[in-house]
Design a protein around this ligand. Structure first.
Ligand SMILES: O=C(O)c1cc(=O)[nH]c(=O)n1[C@@H]1O[C@H](COP(=O)(O)O)[C@@H](O)[C@H]1O
Length: 275
């Protein structure tokens, strides 16, 4: 089954729009992992197992593994999620984008080496850079559109003339182009930061029911109510609301897994209040 169908099934089966971000930082791990050579895998596995019932998807962030030379842990983590929690899609957060011949290798890395169901992508290099990912119709392509960080406006909000001369911010042109022209296989989604709720509304208005991955709540200050009210699709789904640090490091004590589960449940319930 493809990523989009799996995501829709999971939204309904779990009745949750929560994306659990897996961003391991050993300095923040509970004391029991001190000295454990397999701490990165073991911690992330415990969090995934504890939060799975509240998750519509998982999003491991590749730099958090690669910087630790823990690619093997990432590979085993994705395999564990597929085996222990079948039906919950995994989005590899890698923000790839390069010339087509190189992009083909990045697609192989995400979808074949790591067995991710979807990957985050940077659309800055244009259609041909995305094509090797778009062609994998059963996998999801989650393109940066309006990001959550303070510098998001530096380029993304610049007003550009496109589509026959009409002017609009670049992020809106990105959203409309991907939804209209790049989504022939029905496998596209967009990243929109929770820290920009007005822009989130503008994007939802442009893209119909296209899924939106929304990071930036919790540690980055985004508001859940504004995110859900402005970002939900007509049927009350359409969102993957990501929380990483807010779930992973809810407790550094022996109760870290229970605390992570409670944080994921509480986010699911807060989201559900506004759907
Ligand atoms: O693509 C992403 O996931 C992403 C895009 C964006 O605009 N902002 C953003 O924070 N992210 C990622 O989402 C996660 C947010 O983490 P927390 O702020 O700890 O919830 C990190 O893994 C970021 O790399």
């Amino acid at each position: 089954m493809g990523f989009m169908q799996a995501l829709r099934d999971r939204w309904n089966a779990a009745d949750s729009l929560v994306c659990v971000g897996l961003d391991p930082e050993p300095a923040k791990f509970p004391a029991r992992f001190a000295g454990d050579p397999d701490a990165v895998f073991a911690f992330c596995r415990d969090i995934a197992d504890a939060t799975a019932q509240y998750a519509c998807c998982f999003k491991p962030q590749i730099a958090h593994f690669a910087a630790l030379a823990a690619e093997d842990a990432l590979q085993r983590l994705v395999a564990h999620i597929h085996a222990a929690h079948p039906g919950i899609p995994v989005i590899l957060d890698a923000k790839r984008g390069d010339i087509g011949s190189t992009a083909a290798h990045y697609a192989g890395e995400a979808f074949d080496r790591y067995a991710a169901d979807a990957v985050t992508l940077n659309p800055y290099m244009g259609r041909d850079s995305a094509q090797p990912f778009l062609d994998r119709g059963d996998r999801g392509c989650v393109f940066l559109c309006h990001t959550s960080n303070p510098g998001a406006g530096d380029f993304q909000e610049l007003v550009v003339a496109a589509d026959g001369g009409a002017c609009r911010p670049l992020y809106q042109h990105v959203a409309a182009t991907i939804a209209r022209d790049w989504n022939g296989n029905g496998n596209c989604a967009l990243v929109v930061g929770a820290t920009f709720p007005e822009e989130l509304q503008a994007i939802r208005d442009l893209v119909g029911d296209l899924p939106l991955l929304v990071p930036g709540i919790g540690a980055q200050g985004g508001d859940v109510e504004a995110t859900v009210r402005n970002g939900k699709a007509a049927d009350g789904t359409g969102l993957m609301v990501n929380s990483s640090r807010g779930i992973l490091y809810a407790s550094r004590g022996a109760d870290y897994a229970e605390a992570a589960a409670a944080a994921a449940r509480s986010l699911r319930d807060e989201i559900d209040r506004y759907r």
